[in-house]
Design a protein around this ligand. Structure first.
Ligand code: CO
Length: 212
């Protein structure tokens, strides 16, 4: 018996239902993709990016990792960002975190989980930097939620600190980087209103445009 037969069965059913709704569904997206947005989200299985935005295949370019981090030395996320902006011409980059994020929780505790602790170190840096603000919040759940939000805001900044985004702005490209949080308890998105659309919104230390 074929392993994971249920998944192949599901897939066949899905492909057939897509064709039933639109006989040209696959032929329309076979030769190219034209997504309008880049999604940088958490790997968490409860957040299927395309589905929660009610979008279709071809609409959303996606990068996901544990705790939706954008490390400035991570060639994976940097390559996704560069390709999305320079070749797919996306105008919106969405960094989306989520309440109940295990990665953020792990970064708040003292337990070791292995290699992943190193990946999550950046969140500890954020906690340390924002310690005063965070520790004013007495309720632990609320503090956890705040760190989820702060993590998103810091990753939005990390995206904007790349030469990739700054060069796009220098070329006059329309490009906005958004910070959102998804609530797994009700399926709703929250806009953190930290959208960055120009170099003027970036702290001088991180501006690289003078080099050009
Ligand atoms: Co998560």
């Amino acid at each position: 018996m074929k392993e994971l037969k249920n998944l192949f069965d599901n897939n066949r059913e899905w492909a057939e239902s897509k064709l039933k709704d639109d006989p040209k569904f696959f032929s329309k997206i076979t030769t190219h993709q034209n997504p309008k947005y880049l999604w940088i989200g958490c790997s968490d299985s409860r957040i299927p990016a395309t589905e929660i935005l009610k979008l279709e295949p071809g609409d959303l370019f996606v990068h996901r990792n544990i705790a939706n981090l954008f490390h400035h030395t991570d060639f994976n996320s940097l390559s996704v960002l560069q390709y999305a902006i320079e070749y797919l011409n996306v105008e919106h980059v969405i960094v989306c975190g989520h309440y109940g994020c295990g990665g953020v929780a792990a970064a708040m505790g003292n337990e070791q989980f292995g290699l992943v602790d190193n990946w999550l170190r950046n969140i500890r840096d954020i906690y340390s930097r924002e310690k005063k603000l965070l520790e004013r919040i007495a309720d632990e759940q609320e503090r956890y939620k705040k760190l989820v939000e702060l993590n998103v805001i810091y990753q939005v900044m990390n995206v904007c600190h790349t030469t990739i985004v700054q060069n796009a702005w220098a070329r006059g490209n329309k490009l906005s980087v958004h910070g959102w949080v998804y609530d797994i308890s009700n399926g709703k998105l929250k806009d953190l209103n930290c959208c960055i659309s120009s170099i003027d919104q970036i702290e001088d230390t991180y501006c690289t445009l003078e080099l050009h």
